[in-house]
Design a protein around this ligand. Structure first.
Ligand code: ZN
Length: 354
């Protein structure tokens, strides 16, 4: 009889033994791999500082490198590796053929990047397939010189303050930029129409403005972006080309997702703008004096060739409206000029500082 026999027990012991070895080996390999890949990711993120200001070759920006790589159908992971490396030689290695074929690529007036912003033939990330129409129409080929220019930007609108802001800008014949939260209500749609009709730039901010939600993954960022984008498009017929991350491109909520989100949005041809001057009008207790001083001292201290000034268009920020006229008067008297952002203005972008 087999069951209960010595042979049976032998087989049983062998079976149990080898199953155990196989399971232990599998678990060791699986968790070892998981541990090391997670560790590697965490280290890569911790060690990297997004080199937003690295300029290679011949004035190419990070955005341009992204765009060139997108036209050559590199994966977003390749792009991230290149950006993370911050290494001139690696940049050159990736883009050298393209530069050889298109020697003027990093000089302006050349449209060689027009292939950027088209979907990859084969995507390596599922989110690249999402919203196939969500691509910027005209990704920049070069950024312009704009020294001495002040770009007023208003986040979080439209709101009950929008009309007042528009009225002041109109009186001075100044164009500005509104990074909107959008909205599908009649009132929001009408206000966005007024912003567009007045000739200001509308950029995308976030319809939910919910940091935890939007920065959870590239997919959730895209969901929110698309909803905001469509509300702007429906209201104005304008397809926004630029955007601003809620909380800025690097914040406490997106440490592990910001590079993927930036790569994906840049692959789609959109340009993002942080700021290099802040009115601090959203901080608690901000009043006329503090906002005025923050803007004026921020512009004076700013070492960049242009000032991208963060302000807010929202119900609770009435002091922003009160200060606006005085700030414009003073800056015009000081010889500054104002303009709206478009995707050819060299962005201000945040970097991690270790
Ligand atoms: Zn905001």
């Amino acid at each position: 009889m087999y069951f209960g026999s010595v042979k049976f027990f032998k087989h049983l012991i062998y079976t149990v033994f080898f199953t155990w070895i196989a399971a232990a080996t599998f678990l060791a390999v699986f968790f070892g791999f998981k541990y090391f890949s997670e560790k590697k990711n965490a280290e890569a993120v911790a060690a990297s500082s997004f080199p937003g200001q690295i300029v290679i070759p011949d004035g190419a920006s990070v955005e341009q490198i992204f765009l060139v790589m997108a036209t050559k159908r590199y994966s977003s992971q390749d792009m991230l590796d290149v950006i993370k490396s911050g290494d001139e030689e690696i940049f050159a290695e990736y883009v050298k053929d393209y530069i050889a074929e298109n020697p003027d690529i990093f000089n302006d007036g050349d449209n060689a990047l027009s292939g950027a912003g088209t979907p990859f033939a084969s995507s390596d990330e599922p989110y690249m397939e999402l919203y196939p129409e969500l691509y910027a129409d005209n990704p920049p080929t070069a950024f312009k010189e704009d020294s001495g220019t002040i770009y007023l930007t208003f986040d979080d609108g439209p709101s009950d303050r929008t009309s007042d802001i528009l009225e002041i800008l109109d009186r001075y014949d100044i164009k500005a930029t509104f990074f909107v939260c959008g909205g599908n209500g009649e009132k929001e749609q009408e206000l966005m129409r007024q912003v567009a009709e007045a000739g200001h730039t509308i950029g995308i901010h976030s319809i939910s403005h919910d940091y935890e939600k939007i920065y959870a993954s590239v997919e959730s960022y895209l969901d929110d972006f698309y909803e905001t984008y469509m509300s702007v498009y429906n209201a104005t017929g304008v397809k926004p080309q630029i955007f601003r991350f809620p909380g800025g491109s690097i914040n406490n909520y997106n440490r592990f997702t910001y590079m993927q989100i930036i790569a994906e949005m840049t692959r789609r041809g959109f340009v993002y703008y942080d700021w290099n001057v802040s009115g601090e009008d959203a901080v608690k207790g901000a009043d006329w004096t503090s906002i005025y001083n923050n803007i004026m001292s921020g512009i004076q201290r700013n070492t960049a060739d242009r000032s991208i000034v963060l302000l807010h268009d929202s119900q609770s920020k009435e002091n922003t409206v009160y200060v606006l006229e005085d700030v414009i008067d003073e800056l015009l008297a000081d010889g500054y000029k104002f303009d709206k952002l478009d995707n050819t203005v060299n962005p201000a972008t945040f970097t991690y500082r270790d």
